[in-house]
Ligand binder design. Structure first.
Ligand code: AMP
Length: 396
């Protein structure tokens, strides 16, 4: 069967997977880490084994070369790569769907770097290196922002002088779009009326956001021009009074950029709990009676519920509420705390189903009296990237 190499380039890491479009587990998965440092390494997960090796070249090129070498060394697996799918964080207003990459597209991705200075330049690097080594294959870009390009102006504009939007494209873009599109497609396959229904999706992971989906289209989401807006996250503060930025900068004698770094990297669950950004660690601390952990989890749930209620104002009803992402899929504690705060919507969890739903599977966890179906649906952004890549290759 035809396979796709799915590539997700960060500034110092490169995640990858080789998979077909069927939904079967990837043939190979892995991550190249600490790129840019002499301790860079690459881990291959294959056939239940995990192999870690140092990189000879400590950059994105070194990572892509190692992946190609791995494929060449495993000829017996008969890997038939037909294309490469690249995850791209920011597509601005230029990209509302996945596209085959040519020079103009690459330039477009580069042009969006001002909104995602850590991500888009890394994507461009990764695409360049992959094209150099796998030049004979088609390359496809799949954008985190694309799904939200259906939002109306009254949702995506910030209430700031319009010239700032006209001249600089400062607006809400939203992220996690590939995950929301995947979940929407799953729900559509499970509900024949999905095309006329209303859905709230909470993608809760280290990054977290929510989305309101009307008839399969994003109508509002919590993240903004960058993934800092909206919910409290692992290390990100989410929304707060923008004046705080200048207060922090003045009080600490640091630049605005450094203050922004605090909001991006030192805040959220990590900042409040003073324990970790990792939900599992915080839940363990809470269970052992740690008050800071309890506070961090309550704040996380409260912000998630508030943003769900906020984006729900775009819907006439809530037919489905979906939890996904590492926390959404695996934390009954937080699902319970969030649903508890959404009682006014008529949302009611079945406590037993919430506690016992099996990991990695689609489950319904609502009680019979709930106004909305509550779901846990594991997301699979890589699969959607592979499927988009295959379908664009087919079309062309
Ligand atoms: P993601 O960014 O989607 O990979 O999600 C990462 C987050 O999911 C981290 O905060 C993890 O602690 C959290 N997570 C993963 N498994 C569990 C679990 N069993 N219980 C609570 N949180 C979890």
């Amino acid at each position: 069967m035809s396979q796709v190499l799915v590539v997700n380039c960060g500034s110092s890491s490169l995640k990858f997977a080789i998979m077909d479009g069927s939904g079967a587990a990837p043939l190979l998965e892995g991550i190249a880490d600490r790129l840019g440092s002499e301790h860079s390494n690459i881990t291959f997960k294959f056939n239940g084994q995990k192999v870690e090796q140092p990189l000879h070249e400590h950059d994105h090129k070194g990572a892509v070369t190692a992946i190609k070498q791995w494929i060449d060394d495993h000829k017996d697996l008969n890997i038939q790569l037909v294309g490469i799918g690249h995850r791209v964080v920011h597509g601005g207003e230029t990209f509302s769907q996945s596209v085959l990459i040519d020079e103009a597209v690459l330039q477009g991705i580069d042009d969006c770097s001002k909104f995602a200075p850590l991500h888009n330049p890394a994507h461009v690097k990764g695409i360049n290196e992959a094209q150099a080594l796998f030049g004979d294959l088609p390359h496809v870009a799949v954008f985190d922002t694309a799904f939200h390009q259906t939002m109306e102006a009254d949702q995506y504009l910030y209430p700031i002088p319009m010239r700032l939007y006209r001249e600089h494209h400062f607006r809400k873009y939203g992220f996690h779009g590939t995950s929301y599109r995947y979940i929407s497609a799953k729900l559509a396959s499970l509900n024949e009326n999905f095309g006329s229904q209303n859905t709230l999706i909470a993608h809760l992971g280290n990054g977290a956001s929510v989305c309101a989906v009307r008839a399969g289209k994003s109508v509002d989401t919590s993240m903004g021009i960058t993934p800092l807006e909206g919910l409290m996250m692992g290390t990100r503060s989410g929304s707060l009074d923008p004046s705080l930025l200048s207060f922090i900068s003045d009080a600490e004698g640091i630049s605005m950029k450094q203050a922004l770094d605090i909001l991006n990297k030192e805040s959220g669950l990590k900042g409040v709990s003073e324990i970790s950004n990792d939900c599992r660690t915080i839940e363990t601390a809470q269970a052992a009676g740690d008050d800071r952990a309890e506070l961090a989890l309550n704040m996380f749930a409260s912000k998630a519920a508030k943003h769900l209620a906020s984006v729900a104002t775009n819907l006439n009803s809530v037919d489905h509420l979906v939890f996904t992402g590492g926390i959404g899929e695996n934390s009954p504690v937080l699902r319970d705390k969030i649903c508890e705060r959404l009682k006014m919507m008529g949302v009611r969890l079945d406590q037993n189903l919430n506690q016992t739903c099996p990991r990695g599977e689609i489950s319904q966890i609502s009680s019979d009296t709930s106004s909305a179906n509550i779901w846990v649906i594991p997301t699979n952004e890589e699969l959607l990237i592979a499927q988009d890549t295959l379908s664009l290759i087919d079309k062309h």
